[in-house]
Ligand binder design. Structure first.
Ligand code: HEM
Length: 397
């Protein structure tokens, strides 16, 4: 790939640009570690890393590749941010918040909250016989789960959706993201105060009472974490859910197999996360000159670690661009790896599984609407289908 052939900054900022996969295919077959922008955000050189082994090395070597750079882009909106911490500070903070996200801690939410939310959304769709599963289902679903897990009253969900959309704009639109972040903190403050006094088993109660080695979460860290949960937990999962549905709708035989054998639901989820992860890149900063892929990444460079490209590395996966339900299982990189590996991955998987099971049960004969425009995967740093127009056999309430 030639150097600086397109505006990576522009494509990431608008996130509506070109499909990144062909670019990364070229990179993996040529210069897999390459400088793509001479002076990007903050005047830094921007490099990307595209092969599985190199991606894995960067994410596991947190001494050479720091996460602090995430504070430059997201810090002004989010405040103190786990994604921007390194070393001991990160370990300590992660210990304080991790308990609530263990697979065992999530069990109660499956029956009490996630399945009922799926069915409440489907109750409105099932009698219709047609829907756009992005506008009518996936978009609203994970933000409702996060809000409910936080203990936000159900009547305030739409307010949360509004803040989530604005906070997700991040540094691209500070005039909207900053006030939304401030308003969300103001809204949550009395809930936090109440849970400190009367813990009740929701996530905020778990976070305010969490204690490791005599330390609790400082207020700045608590609000930083709560704000991060919206973009980290809602946008990622709504997009991944859309890609899962698109994969199955464009592979009707696989949809029939999964419908007949629910043990294949997790298999379809993992293959989708490999094939089209919703978050294609994570960011690091080289803290010193580092040899990688036969070149030297200079100290201070911003390193875009293309986890999505690692998931398409043909040295690891045959016919990597194809979605294949029967691909031999192998771990993927959708949730990253190393110390910052996604804290919400068990929740994301649970949400996707319960949603797909609900959709299969409640929307029989599900198929793409042949008369509607074909859905397309869109986005650069965040990817998912723009719409999912479907038909199914209507069932009365
Ligand atoms: C399919 C959905 C999801 C994808 C693809 C995804 C992807 C990722 C990735 C790649 C990272 C690593 C970032 C890095 O190394 O810099 C990450 C971190 C994180 N994710 Fe997720 N995520 C998803 C869902 C969720 C959910 C549902 C939550 C919580 C409700 C969540 C919370 C977090 C948090 C808190 C971190 C930071 C962990 C740390 O810095 O130690 N994510 N996610």
């Amino acid at each position: 790939m030639a150097e600086e052939t397109f505006s990576i900054d522009e494509n990431i900022a608008t996130d509506d640009g070109i499909n990144p996969y062909p670019l990364w295919d070229d990179a993996r077959h040529g210069r897999s570690v390459a400088r793509v922008v001479e002076a990007g955000l903050g005047g830094r050189e921007t490099w990307w890393v595209t092969k599985w082994d190199e991606v894995e090395r960067v994410l596991r070597d947190s001494d050479a590749f720091s996460s602090a750079i995430n504070g430059e882009t997201m810090g002004p909106i989010m405040g103190d941010l786990i994604l921007a911490m390194d070393g001991e500070q990160h370990r300590h903070y992660r210990d304080l918040v991790a308990k609530a996200f263990r697979a065992s801690s999530l069990e109660k939410w499956g029956d009490q909250l996630i399945r009922p939310t799926v069915h409440a959304l489907l109750d409105r769709l099932a009698p219709r016989g047609e829907a756009d599963l992005v506008a009518d289902f996936t978009y609203a679903y994970p933000v409702q789960i996060i809000a409910a897990i936080l203990g936000v009253p159900v009547e305030d969900y739409s307010q949360f959706q509004h803040w989530a959309d604005a906070i997700n704009l991040g540094p691209t639109d500070l005039a909207r993201s900053l006030p939304a972040a401030a308003a969300m903190k103001e809204y949550l403050a009395p809930i936090v105060a109440d849970r400190r006094a009367n813990p009740c088993g929701d996530l905020i109660s778990d976070l305010v009472t969490s204690e490791v080695e005599g330390h609790t979460l400082a207020d700045g860290h608590l609000y930083g974490f709560l704000r991060l949960l919206l973009p980290a937990g809602a946008e990622t999962t709504f997009r991944a859910m859309g890609s899962l549905l698109l994969a199955l709708l464009t592979h009707p035989d696989a949809l029939a197999e999964v419908t007949a054998d629910r043990a294949l639901v997790p298999v379809a989820i993992e293959e989708t996360l490999r094939w089209e992860t919703s978050v294609t890149l994570v960011n690091r900063e080289a803290v010193r000159d580092v040899e990688l892929g036969g070149v030297t990444v200079p100290e201070g460079a911003s390193v875009l670690v293309a986890t999505a490209s690692a998931n398409h590395d043909e040295a690891r996966y045959e016919r990597a661009d194809e979605w294949d339900l029967h691909r031999p299982p192998k771990p993927h990189m959708a949730f990253g790896t190393g110390r910052h590996q996604c804290l919400g991955m068990h929740l994301a998987r649970l949400e996707m599984r319960l949603a797909l099971e609900g959709i299969i049960d409640r929307l029989p004969d599900l198929r793409l609407d042949p008369n509607a425009p074909t859905p397309e995967m869109r986005g650069f740093a965040f990817r998912s289908p723009d719409r999912l127009p479907v038909l199914f056999t209507a069932t009365p309430r």
